[in-house]
Design a protein around this ligand. Structure first.
Ligand SMILES: NC(=O)c1ccc[n+]([C@@H]2O[C@H](COP(=O)([O-])OP(=O)(O)OC[C@H]3O[C@@H](n4cnc5c(N)ncnc54)[C@H](O)[C@@H]3O)[C@@H](O)[C@H]2O)c1
Length: 455
């Protein structure tokens, strides 16, 4: 292997953890993690990392200043790099052609132009961001316009936030898409050698570039589709008295279906599912496949429906008004063990409740800073706290939006006695034992089960 120096563009939820893992496993390789955002780089160099992931702190502390460096990239860093990973954000476009559906590639293109300007010819470019099919080809055109050659590989990241370090340590597979020429094969071999330091060879799959790019979009679309499918059934359960928990168990034991991603909830969140499905849907429409486009779009529509259905229940069950009522929001992150709130159902639910003039007390162990940013300008009637008991004082309702382990361990008798009566519990994550909560005195509304009401 000849890779001695790596530069990563993008020090976010993907760039930070993946590069920390590479630095940990490849002590002889110098890893520069670059970002245009000086504030983010400062945070990576501090004791309060900008990304919360179990196990990340330890690795960063072990490697930082040795072979792992967080920097704002300069010409020098590009020139030194043998391999450049691009892990920049690729959000849904909010303007112009394809607005609300297509991926916004402005950050990717900017990164590519920086590479074209400074990097040595032959530097291997690794596309880690999730991008539409054929992006690598477009990037190759930008990079190779002066007759200089940079091999471009597609190496999509499959880590899940909250378990990123475990996923990186022991991935189900590593996908490397390469151009089918001599240079492409050599570049793929080089990246494979890097991963082979800790990933068994049979788990490193080489494909063509397009298969690799489309595999990532497809994986996210399939996962989200499972959530939307079980959520659609949760609505039916609430009407009929069937229990979605029992249905999940019953169908999850079918070996053809499998047990994972069958948890009914207020809806999926995170920066990737929605944007990647919308992107897949947009691409399908662009390629003249309206039925395919519509099929995938319905997965997102079901998710929107589930969130709104949940809000409507909070309103209707509290006598059609929450104006001036205090509501405790347990959890703002889109899932436990992360501080990421992008596309979190909590954003939608809180905004809707604030529109209805509710007063909110938001409790989250890691994501309060992010919650403040998300609700900036509309949070006059919001308090943010890590103390669930203080939040419950005089509250009318509890709304569970993230299944943090800590929330399962609270003393709900104490919480109940601090609340106004009748006290309502809306469990958007099916975290708590509904019978027990009903016994304590709550009116209990848990996704996918018939409500247990005191009146
Ligand atoms: N978050 C996930 O769980 C996850 C998982 C797999 C794949 N992905 C994909 O990985 C990509 C990155 O996601 P993320 O969650 O890490 O995003 P993020 O927003 O947390 O991080 C992206 C970073 O890139 C920086 N950046 C933008 N343009 C730059 C440039 N030209 N040079 C240097 N830095 C630049 C931004 O300042 C930002 O800090 C996306 O395409 C996403 O779809 C994300």
């Amino acid at each position: 292997m000849i890779t001695k120096t790596i530069l990563s563009l993008g020090a976010g939820y993907v760039g930070g953890p993946t590069m920390a893992k590479i630095a940990e496993k490849c002590k002889d390789v110098t890893v520069y993690v670059g970002d245009l955002n000086q504030g983010r780089i400062n945070a990576w160099n501090s004791d309060q990392l900008p990304v919360f992931e179990p196990g990340l702190d330890e690795i960063v502390k072990k490697c930082r200043g040795k072979n792992l460096h967080f920097i704002v990239p300069t010409e020098e860093h590009y020139k030194k790099a043998d391999m450049i990973f691009v892990s920049v954000n690729t959000p849904t476009k909010s303007y112009g052609e394809g607005a609300g559906m297509a991926a916004d590639l402005q950050y990717w293109e900017l990164a590519a132009r920086g590479i074209g300007q400074y990097a040595r010819p032959g530097t291997i470019i690794v596309e880690k961001s999730t991008v539409p099919v054929k992006t690598a080809e477009a990037i190759s055109v930008i990079l190779n316009s002066e007759g200089v050659r940079y091999p471009v590989l597609s190496n999509p990241e499959f880590l899940a936030e909250g378990t990123a370090m475990k996923d990186l340590e022991n991935p189900d597979r590593v996908l490397i898409g390469h151009e089918e020429d001599e240079q492409g094969r050599m570049a793929a071999g080089e990246l494979k050698a890097l991963y082979a330091r800790w990933v068994p060879e049979e788990k490193i799959l080489l494909t063509n570039v397009w298969s690799s790019e489309l595999s990532k979009l497809t994986a996210n679309a399939f996962l989200a589709q499972r959530v939307s499918s079980i959520n659609s059934i949760s609505a039916l359960c609430e009407k009929t008295g069937a229990s979605v928990a029992e249905i999940s168990r019953a169908i999850g034991t079918d070996s053809r279906i499998g047990a994972k991603f069958l948890e009914a909830s207020v809806g999926f969140g995170g920066s990737c599912f929605k944007k990647d499905i919308l992107n897949l849907s947009y691409l399908s429409a662009q390629f003249g496949l309206p039925e395919v486009s519509e099929y995938w779009h319905s997965v997102v529509r079901m998710n929107d429906y589930q969130q709104e259905r949940f809000v409507k229940q909070i309103l209707s069950e509290q006598f059609n008004t929450v104006a001036g009522k205090k509501i405790v929001i347990l959890g703002f992150a889109f899932k436990p063990d992360t501080n990421d709130t992008r596309e979190s159902p909590a954003i939608y639910v809180c905004k809707r409740l604030l529109e209805e003039k509710a007063h909110l007390a938001i409790v989250d162990p890691q994501a309060l800073g992010e919650a403040k940013t998300d609700l900036k300008g509309i949070d006059e009637n919001v308090v943010y706290t890590e103390d669930a008991y203080a939040a419950a004082e005089g509250a009318h309702a509890l709304v569970i939006l993230t299944h943090w382990r800590q929330f399962g361990e609270l003393d709900y008798r104490k919480i109940y006695s601090a609340m106004k009566k009748p006290a309502f519990l809306f469990d958007g994550r099916r975290l708590l034992d509904r019978e027990k909560m009903y016994e304590i005195g709550f009116n209990v509304y848990s996704i996918g089960a018939k409500p247990l009401k005191k009146f």
